[in-house]
Design a protein around this ligand. Sequence first.
Ligand code: AMP
Ligand code: ZN
Length: 396
Amino acid sequence: MPDLMLQVTPTQTIPGFLVGEVQSKLAYVDEAIASARVDPQGERIDLTLNQPASPEQRSEIIDKVQHVVASLVEGAIQPKIQVLEDHMERPVPYRSDPNPELLARGEIFQEAQGIIALGPLLSRLMEYFESRFLELADSFGASPYRFPTLIPARYLDRVNYFHSFPHSLTFATHLRSDLDVIDHFAEHAACGEHGLNIPSQSFSPIQTLLSPAVCYHLYFALADQPLPDGQVIVTAVGNCFRYESNNLSSLERLWNFTMREVIFVGSKDFVLDQRETARQRMQQVFEEVGLAYRVESATDPFFIGEFRKQSVFQSAFQLKFEIRARLPFKDATLAVGSYNYHQNFFGRHLNITLPDGSAAHTGCVAFGLERMAYAFVAQYGLDPEKWPSAVFEAMQ
Ligand code: AMP
Ligand code: ZN
């Protein structure tokens, strides 16, 4: 049995509040790493490798791991978590892991890691939550928009996305418009264990990606002009893509997922007031749905070099609050949505102006539909008769 385990003792202890962050970033450190686990005390990292590695390769991996730990840990300040709502103790009847039953009933079908097809029960639940989010959008008089799944590379470049989240990008390409290339592809293309057997020169340079979020499309549609009437509220749903390496697991962490957003653009007070109103309205909805959750301050998953600076900034200015639903079977929580305020970041970078000539502020509330359905069945199980009446009746 080849030794696929590699244990690393971090040169500095990883503080508890960074254990999860370090663990998730280790997935991107080296292709040889199949999985990583940081012990809760932060004093030991256990890596499982894909294949046996030479002593040199092992020491290279260890160096990279130490580098990641040092970058994330050195000088890190524990963010003060602000809890805006706590309904974690709301009684929920189900305790088991819903995955085996979802699989057995054909409700989840994994096409590849992070790519999951959903059956009728989960689809109907997603539709139900979608209808509740649309009610929220209607309560603001939000205008409906449809945005493409593809997004131009120059858009993301213009808002520094490559710098902040390079690890999670998904690129879209096509064959070069060259008869020889296309003929060669048609004749020889086959998909093996390591993907398509086609040389990378056959593909066109990357101009386009799969969109990582919905609201960016709106900001680009509003770019380089004064904001009509000084404020807008929009809603849209879309397929979103975030490559999460070997962190991709079940419905909790998908490569391809669906997000419904309500998006606010206007003055600072306008955006902050709408974000707060949205939170209060959703509190009522989640009560009817019977969801056990809390809303707390959070930060986005910035890549290693950007993480410390950006996350301290986000938490200091309370830019992000997450709706974290309870997963009773693993005594953990899962973010099913977020309330975001971007200050005038997009207004400045994209030149969206208010009537007084200043840069517009933006914010959005974003709900992950697969996670919403998943968290609900983790709390209530798969038998609709045992669901809260608001959900059960709406599904009849
Ligand atoms: P964010 O913009 O990161 O706050 O994402 C908004 C919501 O999208 C999250 O609260 C999740 O519900 C959902 N989401 C984000 N990333 C993923 C993922 N990898 N898999 C499934 N849902 C996700
Ligand atoms: Zn958004």
